[in-house]
Design a protein around this ligand. Sequence first.
Ligand code: LLP
Length: 426
Amino acid sequence: MSYFNYQQADLYCESKKLINLVQEIPTPFYVYSQNGLIANFEKIDAAFSSLPHTICFALKANSNLSLLRLLAQRGCGADVVSGGELYLALKAGFPPEKIVFAGVGKRDDEIKFAIETGIAALNVESPQELEVVNQLASLVGKKVNIALRVNPDVDVHGHPYISTGSAFNKFGIDWEVVPEIYAEALKTKPMLNMMGIHTHIGSMIFNMEYYQATARRLKTLVENLRQMGAPIEHIDIGGGLGINYQQPLAMMVDGVLAPEVPSPEPQGLVDMIRPIFEPLQCEIFFEPGRSIVANTGALITQVLFAKQTRDKQFFSVDTGMHQLIRPALYGAYHEVVPLKQHAEKFIKADIVGPICESTDVLAKDRMLPAIKRGEYLAIMTAGAYGFSLASNYNGHPLPAEILVNGSQHQVIRHRQGYDDLLRHMA
Ligand code: LLP
């Protein structure tokens, strides 16, 4: 269900008319639906209710403290990949026993921070990392929960930049050698509480059979590890549930509603893996990012100029790849809709940002109602990997973030000013 909808000609986030918001808050800014966020989390959590489980929101998708607090208050856990994300997760109120920490390159200070915090699991990605974690745990004087990150060699046939579970990827330990590494650690590394396995096969997964294939591989692994006497208490299946970026709300292309590509249901995922995991009696960790936050956010922008070149119609807007890099980096599709619909005829155009790079195109060859300078647009489904990948490139201050609850809104991150561009510089 979308928490962004048109009522007559106006785009709303929940009960907030967005055209009213731009009178008050200068563009560009991100706007999020509080009830959308909560509903997405609760739907996933409910789908997993037949298994002992913890849902750990992947902070990399969006780490705004106000959004994190809403999730933490509802029993969600956190998946972090740096000391900074661990710090944010703790500040947001996620309990350490619901925090997992992954990543191929953790610095010693980050590992120590995780050990001192006493998190649910440090997901370790190499034999050398195990060695270092064991030494650091001795130094800190505290045992640490470890899950080995397994590379199951399952190809999800997705975008190569966001696929992680194949043997040629940098992530995890080849599944074939996991038992011997595990056995070695059990024997020789007393500060490691070897208690779980972790994997993450990629992002934007639509075919639940990839999860099933991974679950089968992990099950065999857990059985082998248990035969060796390893007490495997939890299996972390990573995140990656795909979502639909083609919103039906909008896109009246020449008066026709765009067809909706449905997002996979979390229940479909659980139905695939439950029969495999149930007999193992492990706690299942799931680390969704995108499927919790993507469709709860939009990036609001103003049209600066319309330009017709020999070949093309361009509309340049006041946001771009510095604030939403997904189209430039992955060729990702985001719906672009006007805050106020009008009856202009549709034309084919590119929506481009102000950045001095030819990849700074937010929407390519899109059918749009002829839009004019000063109009406002919403770039949809931008809640995940939007703000979190934003930068100050080309000297642009970071945009504000606004949270809508019903007809109320609050600023949950102030926009930067020019003075922020000087911060921390000598
Ligand atoms: N767990 C681990 C270990 C991950 O590496 C990721 C994502 C997740 C969980 C969450 O995956 P999700 O449920 O959000 O698909 N910037 C890209 C996505 C990169 C994903 C990286 N890892 C994009 O905008 O599409």
